[in-house]
Design a protein around this ligand. Structure first.
Ligand SMILES: O=C(CO)COP(=O)(O)O
Length: 256
């Protein structure tokens, strides 16, 4: 089965209204490209309204970088699904390694967030679940054990029907922001493992998009995306440069 490629920009705590405008203008030139690749931009939440002004023909989709697992209430500094959805987010990143490492996203919390998104009735939102091993875990041959544990915990209560609203991003922690990209073969090996895990648990190997993230740049995207089980990318640094990001989206289309 042919899965549509997906490329997601994760701006992390970067960017501003000016960059939103520049990036939207660069993407607007690419109407043909946008019909062949699902492009999602996840700016800091306060920039979602600025992006909403620039999104056109529903060709660029918006996402948020995190969400609070509760509906509303006394959670200072947090954002609810209702707020993010109202601001235009259709996708929610969950379990990014920076949040796992520094902001208290335990497996239990990640699972609660995944369930909150998938059970949200007011709007159909999608989860982008991030998984990946640290350098020490890779060196001690624990990559697949760690990835499997993260998948099992996060998706514990997710049904096969709900998996149609899930995207999985494999982001080896050692490759994030380091310039040390996983080789296409290393990434493919883990993607294949994730796909077989999805098949076993959900019989959903062919439908769930699997994205690679970790130092994807304009000059390495094509070889990564050429791998059989890599359906696109989750892009950090290079998603802040309009030309580089457009080139990465082109590379994702070239695969199909
Ligand atoms: O963490 C990432 C995307 O979520 C990857 O970041 P970089 O592309 O900057 O390595």
């Amino acid at each position: 089965m042919q899965r549509q490629p997906v490329v997601i920009a994760n701006w992390k705590m970067n960017g501003n209204r000016q960059l939103a405008k520049q990036m939207a203008e660069a993407l607007r030139e690419e109407a043909g490209l946008l019909s062949q690749v699902q492009v999602v931009v996840c700016p800091p939440a306060v920039l979602l309204p600025a992006w909403q002004q620039h999104v056109f023909y529903d060709a660029v989709h918006l996402g948020a970088q995190d969400v609070n697992e509760f509906e509303h209430g006394a959670h200072t500094g947090e954002h609810s699904l209702a707020l993010l959805g109202e601001a235009g987010a259709e996708y929610i990143l969950i379990g990014h390694s920076e949040r796992r490492q520094h902001y208290g996203d335990t497996d239990a919390r990640i699972s609660a967030k995944v369930n909150a998104v998938l059970n949200y009735q007011a709007q159909q939102l999608k989860v982008v679940l991030c998984v990946g091993e640290t350098e020490a875990e890779r060196e001690t041959h624990q990559t697949t054990t760690v990835v499997e544990a993260q998948l099992s915990a996060a998706l514990e209560q997710v049904t096969a029907a709900q998996m149609t609203h899930v995207v999985i991003a494999y982001e080896p922690v050692w490759a994030i922001g380091t310039g040390k990209t996983a080789s296409p073969a290393q990434a493919q090996e883990v993607h294949r493992f994730i796909r077989s895990w999805l098949q076993q648990k959900y019989a959903a190997a062919d439908t769930v998009p699997l994205l690679y993230g970790g130092s994807v740049k304009a000059d390495n995207a094509e070889t990564l995306f050429a791998e059989q089980d890599i359906d696109g990318g989750l892009i950090g640094g290079a998603s802040l440069e309009p030309d580089a990001f457009v080139a990465i989206c082109r590379a994702a289309v070239a695969r199909s």
